[in-house]
Design a protein around this ligand. Structure first.
Ligand SMILES: [Fe+2]
Length: 297
């Protein structure tokens, strides 16, 4: 029996998948029931009722105003059913904490995708009432959706407004200041016209590319299991290496003294310039293999 990526995208091949993945294009597989059985047969995924009974932690309920994670409340399993019956979507975070099977699939998929060992992988379960879904947004994550029960429509469009975002953004909501600093164009308030529609049924699997615009709507009550990977960027790998390198130096570990005191600011800048000059002298000796060797192998 296949596991990880190969099981998820059966009967398509990993080569077919990577052709889309490397171009950041969506990828969908339908009617993949047999290879998903280790997931879809998990006891707590049999129905929303069973899931609510099995769930040991708080549940996020999405308020109807913006239909988004940005507007949610934490609730108990008992109240969650009532909120769901009143049209609110539910999010069960870190579902792998209930299941070694999910933990194994996350780790297998991370390796299959070739992502860093510093990747934060997790499972999310979304319960979505009939006619509800999420408002148009993008995420910084790499995401796979396994539709377990019901039908859900996904609209996905390439994101020409920002490449490789490092945070999520919902259309019409305030924009993160760092995200704002590297957008290509003003962020839209409506889904781009080129959005493609994917209709997921039980057994469908959808890869949602990092940063792509998407919105969803359930047809009938729906339950989906997501595998979500927050993988380090080159910035993250470099920053981590830089920090561990600088941590070896007693001078870099000094308190950054005097930086806000006008009387001592010149001295503080001289000190900082000196430290930067030692770094500039050191960087030509850095090798990617040595940095990755410390984290990946
Ligand atoms: Fe999303």
């Amino acid at each position: 029996m296949k596991t990880g990526l190969a099981a998820l995208i059966h009967p398509k091949s990993n080569d077919e998948f990577f052709a889309s993945y490397l171009k950041n294009l969506p990828f969908v597989v339908h009617a993949n029931q047999a290879h998903l059985l280790p997931l879809t047969e998990l006891p707590f995924l049999q129905s929303l009722k069973v899931l609510l009974k099995s769930w040991p932690a708080a549940i996020q309920a999405h308020l109807p105003d913006v239909r988004d994670e940005a507007s949610s409340i934490d609730t108990t399993p008992k109240d969650a059913q009532k909120l769901f019956d009143n049209g609110m979507g539910l999010l069960f975070n870190e579902a792998q904490s209930l299941s070694p099977v999910l933990q194994m699939w996350i780790e297998d998929m991370r390796k299959d995708l070739g992502l860093s060992s510093l990747t934060y992988g997790r499972c999310l379960i979304y319960a979505t009432p009939d006619g509800k879904g999420t408002a148009a947004h993008f995420d910084q994550n790499i995401n796979f959706v396994v539709q377990v029960h019901g039908t859900k429509k996904w609209w996905i469009a390439p994101n020409h407004h920002v490449d490789n975002p490092m945070t999520r953004h919902t259309m019409g909501q305030a924009c993160d200041p760092e995200l704002m600093s590297y957008i290509n164009a003003p962020l839209p308030i409506e889904m781009p016209e080129e959005a493609e529609l994917f209709e997921l049924h039980a057994g469908s699997v959808l890869f949602v590319p990092r940063g792509s615009w998407h919105m969803t709507e359930a047809q009938g009550d729906a339950l989906a299991l997501n595998f979500t990977f927050t993988a380090p960027t080159w910035i993250d790998l470099f920053s981590a290496a830089l920090r561990s390198r600088l941590a070896l130096s007693p001078e870099w570990r000094e308190t950054a003294d005097g930086v806000s005191d006008p009387a001592r600011q010149d001295e503080a800048e001289r000190k900082f310039d000196y430290l930067l000059s030692t770094l500039v002298a050191d960087i030509p000796n850095w090798r990617a293999g040595e940095i990755l060797g410390a984290t990946e192998f």
